[in-house]
Design a protein around this ligand. Structure first.
Ligand code: GAR
Length: 211
């Protein structure tokens, strides 16, 4: 691995299609300022773990149910061991505490399947988001890549992309289209933007002081 690259951990809980988009973006050169060096799954059965293995990326499971109040301590331990500099939440279904986030301030990003500030916050994840959007009757939805702060889905927006809602959409069909048209496009680009910024900060920080 190029030592200049920002070491990225991708956090997952399920299918991992967004992880796949990140892996493909890395292969295709869209994500080039950082490298995915670790996948962390909150769920031992997540298909995302297979995707990591197929790409030759180390994956570890850190399970909140098993670890209880040791969950975030264990997460930090694993991240430390792998010298992780940036975290991408890609379908990670566990809310991280303010204390955990403070260890990676402005270094954690998330993909959310709606146009924030609509249909976001506590309880709004996965299909629930699309059910809420259809119940409200919006004609446009989409996805948002944003920084993670202690306010759920409240951090600064990095990229958004709109997707048209169809009259005959089900939560499942809308979810699929938003993933395909928006999430898999903006998440890798947002990851690249943030990795590039962190890489620059790292290089500038290491530059010898000039008088
Ligand atoms: C994605 O649609 C992602 O936006 C959503 O879960 C799905 C995970 O799919 N995340 C949230 O709802 C977070 N609030 P994936 O495992 O195939 O990437």
């Amino acid at each position: 691995m190029n030592s200049d690259k920002i070491r990225i951990a991708v956090f997952v809980s399920g299918g991992g299609t967004n992880l796949q988009a990140l892996i493909d973006a890395q292969k295709g050169g869209i994500l080039h300022s950082g490298e995915i060096t670790l996948v962390v799954s909150s769920n031992p059965g997540a298909y995302a773990i297979n995707r990591a293995a197929a790409a030759g990326i180390e994956a570890v499971t850190v399970c909140r149910k098993e670890l209880g109040d040791q969950f975030e301590i264990q997460l930090l331990r694993v991240l430390d061991k792998h010298r992780i500099e940036m975290i991408v939440l890609a379908g990670f279904m566990s809310i991280l505490s303010a204390d955990f986030i403070s260890h990676y301030e402005n270094r954690i990003i998330n993909i959310h399947p709606s146009l924030i500030p609509s249909f976001c916050g506590k309880g709004m994840y996965g299909l629930h988001v699309h059910e809420a959007a259809l119940a409200y009757g919006v004609k446009v939805s989409g996805a948002t890549a944003h920084y993670v702060t202690e306010v759920t889905d409240g951090g600064r927006i990095i990229l958004q992309k709109a997707v048209r809602v169809r009259q005959d959409d089900t939560p499942e069909s809308l979810q699929k289209r938003i993933m395909k048209q928006a999430e898999w496009d903006i998440l890798p680009r947002a990851a690249q933007q943030v990795a590039k910024k962190l890489q620059k900060e790292k290089t500038d920080g290491h530059r010898p002081a000039t008088i």
